[in-house]
Design a protein around this ligand. Structure first.
Ligand code: TXA
Ligand code: MG
Length: 355
């Protein structure tokens, strides 16, 4: 349990930042914790991150402790200008340059061969480092003020859905971290695309906002085979752990709209007969089929970006409502749908039913 040395919980300070200009003084204050080797949760455009000084081994160890994260899962270093990459890596290739200049700042994490400056806690003992330049103005300004790369995994307890707003961070981390910067809800809601550029062709280890099609405009990329074959050995340590899972048993149905609604209705009846409390996580257009139920919506059928923004928050909302079972909808695994279904496969622990 992270907290005081005597085993007590630490007090988590809450800073409502609003915008960067008005929040400057609070950001300066919170940066002091990073300088002391403490942890601070920060908003980014993807999900909230749990940040610590990425060049301080002990500070990074605090992240693992607070999240109860397995030590062999490496961290992403967050920077606030492209030039910061140079001291952290030994191989900025022309392809790295092209992507950094075209898509940073933004929801893209690139993997490089790391320099000696990067602590073992960040690389999990490997010879590569993941780096991201977030576009969120609060994240950018905070990194600048801290004056050091910030190691920051998603700010959830290991295995839980990533938090996309400050109260979801506090639900997992209150009393375990030093402070939280509330910058409102995250715009994207799914974690960054992780691209391994130490191999040729480059490999997408985690699909995200930038799709295979987006990246293929700049270089040859492949989707890591582990993302397609669930039995293959993990290349990115993050691939092997239980992830994004709500407490309830979550099952997703895919297929034609009519078949999916029929399957949801049938499954709902089965579970209700067993005395289970059922939640439905569906598109706006489906909601009227389940008037008397616990229903939450993910936006419209044709709006995958909204689905991505809402998915994790709604899974957490069902946990708060104490449902036993979540029955939900999926999308086709193409384009941005690849990132959505990647998270859904993990959150459902593979319970995807084609109907
Ligand atoms: O959008 C994001 O990327 C968020 C925000 C906070 O920036 N961060 C995030 O961090 O999702 P995390 O730690 O939850 O996920 C990082 C993923 C993990 O799957 C990890 O295994 C992988 O990136 N990763 C980190 N360093 C790596 C490396 N050197 N080689 C391969 N995979 C790496
Ligand atoms: Mg994570």
């Amino acid at each position: 349990m992270a907290g005081g040395d005597d085993g007590t919980k630490m007090k988590t300070r809450y800073y409502s930042i609003g915008n960067v200009k008005e929040g400057e003084e609070l950001l300066q204050e919170a940066a002091k914790y990073i300088r002391c080797g403490e942890t601070v949760a920060i908003p980014t455009e993807t999900v909230y991150g749990l940040a610590a000084d990425g060049l301080n081994e002990k500070a990074c160890a605090r992240i693992f402790e607070a999240k109860e994260r397995p030590a062999d899962n490496p961290l992403i270093l967050h920077i606030a200008d492209i030039a910061s990459v140079d001291e952290l890596v030994i191989d900025v290739t022309p392809q790295h340059r092209t992507l950094m200049e075209a898509l940073w700042p933004g929801p893209l994490t690139l993997i490089f061969k790391c320099s000696d400056l990067v602590p073992k806690a960040v690389t999990a003992g490997g010879d590569t480092v993941a780096i991201r330049f977030p576009s969120h103005p609060i994240a950018r300004r905070f990194i600048e003020i801290c004056g050091t790369p910030l190691a920051a995994p998603s700010a959830n307890q290991s295995g839980r859905p990533s938090p996309t707003n400050a109260s979801d961070v506090l639900a997992d981390m209150d009393g375990r971290i030093c402070a939280i910067l509330d910058g409102g809800p995250c715009e994207i809601g799914l974690e960054s695309t992780v691209l391994d550029m130490t191999v040729s062709p480059a490999k997408i280890l985690r699909p995200g906002y930038y799709t295979m099609e987006d990246l293929s405009r700049y270089l040859k990329v492949e989707l890591d085979e582990n993302l397609l074959d669930t039995k293959a050995l993990p290349r990115s340590p993050g691939q092997k752990y239980r992830h994004y899972a709500p407490k309830a048993e979550y099952t997703v149905y895919t297929g034609s709209k009519e078949n999916v609604v029929a399957a949801l209705k049938a499954a709902r009846e089965e579970y209700k007969k067993k005395g289970k409390k059922v939640g439905l996580l569906v598109f706006n257009e489906d909601a009227s089929n389940f008037p008397e139920e616990e229903v939450l919506t993910l936006g419209s059928y044709d709006d995958e970006k909204t689905m991505g923004r809402l998915l994790f928050a709604k899974l957490r909302e069902f946990d708060r409502r104490g449902v036993d079972v979540i029955l939900g909808v999926g999308v086709e695994s193409v384009g941005y749908g690849t990132a959505l279904m990647n998270r859904i496969v993990k959150a459902t622990e593979g319970r995807i039913v084609e109907v």
